[in-house]
Design a protein around this ligand. Structure first.
Ligand SMILES: Cc1cc2nc3c(=O)[nH]c(=O)nc-3n(C[C@H](O)[C@H](O)[C@H](O)COP(=O)(O)O)c2cc1C
Length: 346
């Protein structure tokens, strides 16, 4: 992909160098455009060296007369498949939301018909300011995408939401924009369950399984890339991709509660979670002590999430389920399918 990386004047500008390096390593062609303020934080030489391309904007001044002048903002605006602004200041958000163009980057942002992605970073009060939030809403209305700032220690010494998102998440969002998605699922709301559940015995011990959640999260990502609104109910620790609404849960009962609250608004469900079939029959408030002789753990059944969703479903709602088996895979999965309460409508 041809990526025009705009770098504006925030302390997080140094992270743009790493992003540029990672994008180039992944085979993208990257050209950087620095604002004047951006060039106070990071040099054009760094970005030009990492990308192997000239760094535009800060030097030379694009209003300068040159022989065979090119209309640089239009050339770059046409060249890019995607314009990503990382980090984006309150200033550049405000300028673009209001149609102002007084330097190369802001002019490219108005001249381009490519996709635009913003990764803002600023002090938490600036990010929370109604003027900034109104500009963000305006830009979203133009169809621009955002990788929102995260909570953390800010350069000003305060803690809160305003820190630049992780560079890996920005990279993923950029590549997500470039993926040739077939928007077949636009307007559909799809529930996805993923990851293991945990059934606690006492404050320190738990029963779980070896699922990571990776498959469900990849399914969620693919549905998102096809245009669906994805609502992910997830156990375990894996990071959730951008653009997916996530509900972190622990036990099978938590997962069921989250699914049931979403279900009336959903078109269908992909149930990829590894839900515990049993849980301890009681939870000890204090850490259970070891005892002499054999010890017994009494288990009870957890709710069947797919069966419960089936009972509450409208006729047009659909489901995709999985069967994890350690033997006789096809026979066991077929038997599970035949017993499924969803069968009559499938
Ligand atoms: C040390 C320092 C750090 C700054 N950090 C930020 C920041 O993180 N986010 C932001 O929106 N503005 C920040 N600013 C203010 C911008 O640099 C200023 O609004 C500038 O005009 C932005 O210009 P640009 O959007 O053309 O890059 C900072 C200023 C200074 C002096």
């Amino acid at each position: 992909m041809k990526i025009l990386l705009g770098v504006t004047g925030g302390i997080a500008a140094y992270k743009a160098a790493d992003l540029a390096r990672m994008l180039v390593k992944r085979g993208h062609q990257v050209r950087c455009c620095l604002t004047d303020a951006g060039s106070r934080f990071i040099t054009p030489l760094t970005l030009a060296t990492l990308t192997g391309e000239p760094c535009f904007g800060a030097n030379p001044d694009y209003h300068e007369w040159r022989p065979n002048p090119k209309v640089e903002h239009v050339d770059l605006a046409r060249w890019a498949d995607l314009v990503a602004v990382v980090p984006a200041t309150a200033d550049i958000l405000g300028k673009t939301a209001n149609g102002l163009a007084n330097d190369l980057l802001s002019t490219i942002l108005l001249a381009t018909t490519a996709k635009v992605l913003w990764a803002p970073a600023m002090n938490k009060a600036m990010w929370a300011h109604p003027a900034v939030q109104a500009n963000v809403a305006t830009l979203r209305g133009f169809g621009h995408a955002f990788v929102e700032p995260i909570e953390g220690m800010l350069a000003c010494g305060e803690e809160g939401a305003g820190k630049l998102a992780e560079v890996g998440d920005i990279l993923e969002a950029i590549e997500g924009q470039g993926r040739a998605s077939i928007p077949t699922l636009v307007g559909k709301h799809i529930l996805v369950t993923a990851g293991p559940t945990r059934e606690d015995l006492d404050p320190v011990r738990t029963l779980t399984n070896r699922a990571s959640g990776a498959m469900g999260i990849e399914v969620a990502r693919a549905l998102r890339d096809s245009g669906a609104q994805v609502h992910l109910v997830v156990g375990g620790e894996l990071a959730v991709p951008q653009g997916i609404e996530a509900f972190r849960v622990r036990s099978a009962q938590d997962m069921l509660d989250a699914c049931l609250s979403l279900w009336p608004r959903m078109d269908g469900v992909v149930a990829a979670a590894a839900v515990a079939d049993q849980r301890p029959d009681s939870f000890a408030d204090q850490k259970a002590k070891k005892q002499e002789g054999p010890e017994t753990l009494v288990l009870v059944r957890t709710p069947d999430i797919l069966a419960t969703l089936a009972q509450a479903r409208r006729p047009e709602q659909w489901a995709i389920g999985f069967a994890a088996e350690s033997e006789n895979h096809l026979a066991n999965a077929t038997q599970k399918l035949q017993k499924s309460v969803w069968m009559p409508c499938c």
